[in-house]
Design a protein around this ligand. Structure first.
Ligand SMILES: [Zn+2]
Length: 335
């Protein structure tokens, strides 16, 4: 039987090949114009100062200055990088643009080793760039209208032990000693996932997570972990403890396939993630999952939009600051 070419269906997304992305950004000037258009619209000119918010007295700087714009209100120079996770980065904008494309389209994540080799930057720069992209993607979804699947898992440890540990935790409700608990929710209506590292799988913590993830009145599906008993939502459970994996609508297969992807990234791409940094990776995988129905160009634009107003300094990263906690300093200080 002849094979028929499949018509573009719901899962069709317009991708961008590596060669197209390199052609799209032949030099830094082109990349700078692209970033400016993403941030400031077609005209590509700032409509307010990213450092002080002033809307007037914005000018192009005199030639010879390293930054292209000047704000007469705070008397500072700025560029399209200012007030974003690219602030003070010395990596050329062309490399940032190509990194964003790789980042958005690599299902299992991109290791800093790969960015180091593909972009021809040092591994330290690649690691810092990757963590800044994670910071851009650190927004947490919530308030899902549902129905919402909620589940928790343990991340970490050696791949060969995963299965046994997963089984063990189903029986005892506890993960291994080198594992970190993560709670996740998937909205069946939108397909969106929200996930975060949690301190444990006790009742108070799981109730807290359900309250942040599911909107009031949304139906919640979970397994029969005792920690979910008594949540104030319409609640149905599937009894994993007696190997009942699908019970009518009450299953958690959607969020469990997200766990499978997260763990493939953990073991296949990163090999090990320190528990201190795990939250950034969990948010990265959730955001990539949520952006994936879009085509590549839209995913890239969305990423640039999420870079605004966020910052991660190398000092904060090495001091293990939590995602979203490095805020703009008071006015007067350099951003
Ligand atoms: Zn200003």
């Amino acid at each position: 039987m002849a094979e028929h070419a499949k018509a573009p269906g719901k899962s069709f997304r317009k991708g961008i090949s590596l060669i197209e992305i390199v052609e799209m950004f032949p030099d830094d000037e082109t990349a700078e114009r692209w970033f400016e258009e993403q941030r400031w619209g077609k005209a590509g000119e700032p409509h307010c100062c990213p450092l002080c918010g002033s809307k007037d007295r914005l000018n192009a700087t005199k030639s010879g200055e390293p930054l292209p714009y000047w704000c007469g209100s705070c008397r500072r120079h700025f560029s399209v990088r200012s007030g974003t996770v690219m602030h003070r980065s010395k990596i050329p904008l062309r490399k940032w643009a190509i990194a964003i494309c790789l980042w958005a389209t690599s299902l299992k994540g991109v290791s800093s080793m790969k960015l180091h080799r593909d972009l021809n930057i040092t591994q330290k720069s690649a690691y810092f760039l990757a963590q800044r992209l994670r910071e851009a993607w650190s927004d947490m979804g919530g308030d899902m209208g549902g129905p919402v699947e909620v589940d928790e898992t343990f991340v970490g440890g050696k791949a060969k032990n995963m299965h046994a540990v997963d089984r063990e935790r189903r029986i005892t409700g506890r993960g291994g000693i080198d594992k970190t608990a993560v709670a996740g929710a998937k909205d069946r209506a939108t397909g969106n996932v929200s996930a975060r590292v949690i301190s444990g799988t006790d009742r108070a913590t799981l109730h807290d997570f359900v309250a942040s993830a599911a909107a009031q009145g949304a139906t919640v599906y979970t397994d029969d972990h005792k920690g979910y008993l008594g949540i104030p939502h319409p609640h149905e459970t599937v009894r994993h403890s007696v190997s009942e994996y699908v019970s009518g609508m009450a299953h958690t297969n959607g969020i469990e396939s997200f766990w499978a992807l997260l763990k493939r990234g953990y073991h296949g791409t990163f090999h090990h993630i320190s528990p201190k940094h795990l939250q950034r990776y969990v948010a990265e995988f959730a955001t990539r999952h949520n952006l994936r129905p879009q085509d590549t160009a839209t995913m890239m634009s969305e990423t640039v939009a999420r870079m605004n107003g966020k910052r991660l300094t190398y000092a904060a990263l090495t001091a293990n600051a939590l995602p979203g906690t490095v805020a703009e300093p008071d006015c007067g200080e350099p951003w």
